[in-house]
Design a protein around this ligand. Sequence first.
Ligand SMILES: *[C@@H]1O[C@H](CO)[C@@H](O)[C@H](O)[C@H]1NC(C)=O
Ligand SMILES: *[C@@H]1O[C@H](CO)[C@@H](O)[C@H](O)[C@H]1NC(C)=O
Ligand SMILES: *[C@@H]1O[C@H](CO)[C@@H](O)[C@H](O)[C@H]1NC(C)=O
Ligand SMILES: *[C@@H]1O[C@H](CO)[C@@H](O)[C@H](O)[C@H]1NC(C)=O
Ligand SMILES: *[C@@H]1O[C@H](CO)[C@@H](O)[C@H](O)[C@H]1NC(C)=O
Length: 349
Amino acid sequence: MHLNTLPLFFFLISGIFCQYDYDPYYPSEPDYGYAPSMYGPSTAVCAPECNCPITYPTAMYCDNLKLKSLPIVPSGIKYLYLRNNMIEGIEENAFDNVTDLEWLILDNNHLENSKIKGRVFAKLKNLKKLHINYNNLTEIVGPLPNTLDDLQLTHNKISKANPNTFEGLVNLTVIHLQHNALSEDTLSGVFKGLNSLLYLDLSFNKLSKLPLGLPPNILMLYFDNNQITNIPAEYFKGFKALQYLRLSHNKLTDSGIPGNALNISTLVELDLSYNHLKSIPTVNEHLENYYLQVNQINQFPVSSFCKVVGVLAYSRVRHLRLDANNLTRADLPHELYNCLRMAAEISLE
Ligand SMILES: *[C@@H]1O[C@H](CO)[C@@H](O)[C@H](O)[C@H]1NC(C)=O
Ligand SMILES: *[C@@H]1O[C@H](CO)[C@@H](O)[C@H](O)[C@H]1NC(C)=O
Ligand SMILES: *[C@@H]1O[C@H](CO)[C@@H](O)[C@H](O)[C@H]1NC(C)=O
Ligand SMILES: *[C@@H]1O[C@H](CO)[C@@H](O)[C@H](O)[C@H]1NC(C)=O
Ligand SMILES: *[C@@H]1O[C@H](CO)[C@@H](O)[C@H](O)[C@H]1NC(C)=O
């Protein structure tokens, strides 16, 4: 069959480019776009050392103040920023005047689990966001209130988790745990029952296997920069909505990825770059972005993308990165052009 009738454009990429189109849940600075110079004078109810913008009087900013303990938080405050201080602990009654606090942002402090007392977070009946990135935590904090939707604990030294730590958190949507010291044994079962969870980032941890018991509705799952060697054949079978999966910078080999382990029908983007693969794992025809750079791939079987090729049977891959492998253009088979008819970009060298 001579099928080279459809256009296929090759863009050879060199250097680094931003491969992900977007990442809507990456930790951002949700501070209303205020620069410090735009703050109005503090209102009467603001703690004297902090700032409460006139236009957002329910927000209190106490960033960069070298605070060793919490300021007095007046009632009425809903959004509390305490970034870049030296806070080591939180007393159990610290927020008793503001039990309707919605956002509590504690990034870049010196918080330790043993100095966060009692049910201080669980008492906050409206808490939606809790950010304790860049601190000195060794365990996932808790107990947590069941109103929580966004938990960020990145860049700590977390290696422990109470198995019930997320129990009942029916609205928890986003969990950032990247840059910690978590292993699969600690995490297995911890996330079960989180039926609203859409985003889970476990990159830069100490996983050598995928954790068991992840909730089925998850949309984005990041496991990059761990030591994962294999993917059990049935692991992704129960996932109903998974669209983005990152497994780059692990220790995956061909034998660690059985046949259809990564043929996930809902998947849009798959990152397997920086592993030890010699062949291309089979993917579903709906996949759009496939990253395989920096492996040892030396063959290009079309069957990894298309089991059969036909009018309606073709791969939706648009971006395919194969640079820094053992492949040249001459290794690409001719049938490829019909199977990968949507490809806008295949990078090889
Ligand atoms: C609560 O508010 C009262 C009255 O403003 C104040 O005296 C007290 O220190 C506050 N408590 C905390 C923990 O901030
Ligand atoms: C973090 O905790 C360790 C011991 O657990 C301590 O040596 C270190 O100084 C702490 N770092 C900060 C920034 O508090
Ligand atoms: C979860 O979110 C829904 C919709 O926003 C809300 O009605 C419900 O009260 C929330 N549940 C809890 C436990 O906060
Ligand atoms: C992926 O799995 C589906 C069944 O879920 C199957 O029909 C399809 O042929 C598989 N894709 C490849 C390339 O083998
Ligand atoms: C690359 O592939 C060629 C043949 O396809 C093989 O001879 C060579 O050893 C391979 N190199 C590496 C580094 O795997």
